[in-house]
Design a protein around this ligand. Structure first.
Ligand SMILES: [Zn+2]
Length: 292
């Protein structure tokens, strides 16, 4: 089988995992108006999903690769992930995504007429904060999905050798079939986790699906690169898994949980019960998926 065809197959596998992420946004087509209580619970759910995916999926997997001694590669990945979120956060703060200079943005119809209206100013400040959070969350989740694509690509290492699973004239290694399915399943709730903040910030339904799929587009790319340079990619995996886990856990701690607490300020018990319930459900949903 030609190498180009093999790369094509690996790309398609990666693309399937990305499309699965979009499925996670579909529940919001059915229900679309949530009370604050539900919103707090959903932030909790998103947090539970991401932390469980990080701890039981990525870190666990990273440790399995580093069988002897201290998992230094995984740990340095973890620290790099945390640093990436912190640095991106500061950069986003510094570049100011909002449009404060009204004269540069004549198209923004609210600015001119209501620039002295307190409510409009408040709404604008809120929207700017939202946009920053949105870019940060989408960016970090997009970056985290690259090493997962690498994992898919590595699992195709024995593509074309005997003993695989016959598919469209290819002999696909069973490991690759399992890996593609496992990452796809793992992506569905992650798609939900991405859609939750998007929805809280008022994005349209199709944009949520688009954002969810977009966040996983590094997967087909990572898969193809990893397949082409498989021994290099395998060496990179513990770092990549640690990196993805560090970024996601830190993102949950610095963005998701504070957002949930802020949303729940006026609820009985400040919404702590809803938050903890959401977290617990997220973890409970993810754990069985990690051991497929
Ligand atoms: Zn993931």
């Amino acid at each position: 089988m030609a190498f180009v065809e093999q790369l094509g197959l690996v790309f398609v596998a990666g693309l399937l995992t990305a499309i699965a992420t979009g499925l996670g946004a579909l529940p919001f087509f059915v229900v679309d108006d949530f009370s604050d209580r539900w919103n707090v619970g959903l932030w909790g759910l998103a947090s539970g999903i991401m932390v469980a995916a990080s701890v039981f999926g990525l870190i666990n997997e990273g440790l399995a690769y580093a069988s002897d001694g201290l998992p230094l590669l995984m740990l340095s990945g973890l620290v790099t992930g945390v640093v990436l979120v912190e640095v991106s956060d500061r950069i986003l703060d510094a570049i100011d995504l909002g449009d404060e200079d009204d004269h540069n943005h004549a198209s923004d119809e609210d600015d001119a007429s209501h620039s002295h209206d307190e409510h409009a100013l408040e709404a604008k400040a809120f929207a700017e904060g939202d946009l920053r959070t949105l870019v940060l969350i989408l960016g970090i989740l997009t970056v985290h999905s690259f090493p997962e694509g690498v994992a898919v690509g590595v699992s195709f290492a024995e593509l074309g050798l005997d003993g695989g699973f016959a598919l469209l004239g290819f002999s696909v290694p069973l490991l690759a079939v399992f890996m593609t399915i496992a990452i796809s399943i793992h992506n569905i709730p992650e798609g939900t986790a991405i859609a939750i903040p998007m929805r809280a910030m008022g994005l349209s339904k199709w944009r949520m699906v688009g954002a969810a799929i977009f966040s996983s587009l590094p997967q087909p790319i990572g898969a193809v690169i990893a397949f082409a340079f498989v021994s290099w990619a395998e060496a990179f995996l513990p770092f990549g898994f640690g990196f993805a886990a560090g970024a996601m856990i830190y993102l949950v701690a610095t963005e998701f949980i504070p957002e949930a607490l802020e949303t729940g300020v006026e609820l009985p018990n400040r919404g702590h019960r809803e938050l903890i319930t959401g977290l617990a459900v997220g973890v409970a949903v993810m754990i069985p998926l990690m051991y497929v």
